[in-house]
Design a protein around this ligand. Structure first.
Ligand SMILES: C[S@@+](CC[C@H](N)C(=O)[O-])C[C@H]1O[C@@H](n2cnc3c(N)ncnc32)[C@H](O)[C@@H]1O
Length: 270
C-alpha cells in the first residue's frame, strides 16, 4: 500500500516552487522547449543550457507530446469521455482537452500537477471551458487526488477513464513506490479504461544519463528506468502494439532515434 499519512519516504520537497518569475521552474522550462509562451528569461536560460548539451531535446519533447496526444485520440476513438492527466504541465496547444474534444465535444478533462505555478497557469489558460478542471495534487499521494476527484464529482469511476502519466513517473524515486501509485489509480478504473505512460529510459546514451546525475537532490531529480521496469507499471492492463518502445515509434516508423530515449506504452484495462 502507498503510505500517505507519514509522507513520502524521500526527503525531497513535495511542492517545489512558489510563483516567482525569477526562479527557474521545470514546468516553464518544459513549456519553452515545447514552444509555449508561459516562461520567463530564467527558464529560457536553463533551457538553453540543456539544449547546448542535448540539442535533440526539442525534438524529443515533441515526440513525447505526439505520443500522449495519440493516446488521447486512441482512447477518445474507443469511446472514452473522461481524461485524467497526471503531472500535466502547462497546457501547450494542441492540449489534451483540445484533442479529446475534437473527437467528442463533451469530453471531461482533469489536469493534475503538484506545482502551484502550473496550476495558476492552467487556471488562467483554461478559464472558460466547462468540464476542463485543474487540481493541485501530488501523484505520490494518489488517494488524496482520488478523494478530490470523488468529492468534486470530476470523474465518474463507474465509466472508463483514460489516465495519462506522461513524463512524470521518472520524477518519482524508487523509495516513493511508483508501481503502487499507478496501481492505486488502476484499482479504481472501470473495465475499458486506458493507461498511457511515457518514461525516460536507461537505454539513453551514457553521456545523457551522466547529464541527469546533475538533478540529484533537486526537485527536478529524475530516475530513468529500464523497459522491463516501465512495463511493470502497466501490470493489469493489456498492452497495445507496438508495446513499450521509444515514443517516436508510436508516431511513424521513419522518425529518427534520439540519444535520450523516452519510452511510451498504452494499455487497456480488461
Ligand atoms: C516533463 S513535464 C510533463 C508535462 C506533460 N505531462 C507532458 O508530457 O507534456 C512533468 C510535469 O510533472 C509534474 N510533476 C512532477 N512530479 C510530480 C508529482 N509528484 N505530482 C504531480 N505532478 C508532478 C511537474 O510539475 C511537471 O509539470
Amino acid at each position: 500500500m502507498v503510505e500517505e499519512a507519514e509522507g513520502p519516504a524521500s526527503e525531497r520537497e513535495r511542492t517545489p516552487h512558489s510563483f516567482n518569475p525569477d526562479e527557474v521552474n521545470s514546468a516553464r522550462v518544459y513549456d519553452y522547449l515545447l514552444g509555449g509562451k508561459d516562461n520567463y528569461e530564467t527558464d529560457r536560460q536553463v533551457a538553453g543550457q540543456m539544449l547546448s548539451r542535448v540539442p535533440e531535446l526539442k525534438t524529443l519533447v515533441w515526440f513525447a507530446r505526439g505520443f500522449v496526444l495519440k493516446a488521447v485520440e486512441m482512447a477518445a476513438d474507443a469511446g472514452i469521455r473522461q481524461f485524467l492527466d497526471l503531472g500535466s504541465g502547462i497546457p501547450v496547444s494542441p492540449a489534451v482537452h483540445e484533442v479529446a474534444r475534437k473527437i467528442e465535444p463533451s469530453a471531461r478533462v482533469v489536469y493534475v500537477d503538484y506545482d502551484p505555478v502550473v496550476v495558476s497557469h492552467c487556471n488562467a489558460l483554461l478559464a472558460g471551458p466547462p468540464g476542463v478542471t485543474t487540481l493541485l495534487g501530488d501523484i505520490r499521494s494518489p488517494r488524496e487526488i482520488l478523494d478530490q476527484l470523488d468529492d468534486q464529482s470530476l470523474i465518474d469511476f463507474d465509466e472508463p477513464v483514460a489516465v495519462l502519466f506522461s513524463g512524470v513517473l521518472h520524477y518519482v524515486m524508487d523509495d516513493e513506490r511508483p508501481a503502487e501509485i499507478v496501481a492505486a489509480f488502476r484499482d479504481r478504473l472501470a473495465s475499458g479504461s486506458y493507461l498511457a505512460i511515457s518514461h525516460g529510459s536507461t537505454d539513453s546514451a551514457p553521456e545523457i544519463l551522466q547529464v541527469l546525475t546533475g538533478t540529484v537532490g533537486t526537485s527536478a531529480q529524475v530516475t530513468f528506468r529500464s523497459t522491463a521496469e516501465t512495463e511493470s507499471f502497466l501490470a493489469g492492463f493489456e498492452l497495445f502494439e507496438p508495446g513499450v518502445v521509444p515514443v517516436q515509434q508510436w508516431l511513424r516508423p521513419d522518425l529518427p532515434d534520439t540519444r535520450m530515449v523516452m519510452l511510451g506504452a498504452i494499455g487497456r484495462k480488461p
